[in-house]
Design a protein around this ligand. Structure first.
Ligand code: HEM
Length: 105
């Protein structure tokens, strides 16, 4: 549905900025990485092809691929900003560093 919303507002994705920001924050909280967008995109397009059957012409699938890649680039860029901000904070980190429990209440 998020990709469909993007396609519907492809000329003015700014109207989706609140949802995009929220989703980028969710992805960052889960350590979603740029390289995973290709995997999700591959399977999303396969699903679109399967659901649409014969209506999924090569031109239509190509158009969805372009739209998906645009959205993936926007999302990855927003996430890169958030990851950098997290690392730059005092005590900030990225990924899964080891932590030491110092005290149990
Ligand atoms: C352009 C591609 C993508 C779009 C449009 C998209 C969109 C979304 C949206 C709208 C949400 C819900 C956010 C919320 O809770 O407010 C979400 C959550 C999530 N996304 Fe994505 N996503 C994309 C790519 C990815 C990729 C590459 C991964 C990594 C495998 C991923 C993993 C997840 C996970 C794990 C959640 C949380 C699901 C849950 O809370 O149950 N997404 N995504």
């Amino acid at each position: 549905m998020a990709v469909l919303a993007y396609a519907e507002h492809i000329d003015n994705p700014q109207v989706l900025s609140h949802a995009l920001n929220r989703t980028a924050n969710k992805h960052v909280s889960l350590d979603v990485r740029p390289e995973q967008y290709d995997i999700v995109g591959k399977h999303l397009l396969a699903s679109i092809g399967e659901v649409l059957g014969e209506a999924a012409t090569p031109g239509l699938i190509d158009a969805w691929l372009v739209a998906y890649q645009q959205l993936a680039a926007i999302m990855s860029g927003a996430q890169a900003d958030l990851y950098s901000k997290s690392v730059a904070k005092k005590g900030g980190w990225r990924g899964w560093p080891p932590f030491v429990i110092k005290q149990k209440m």
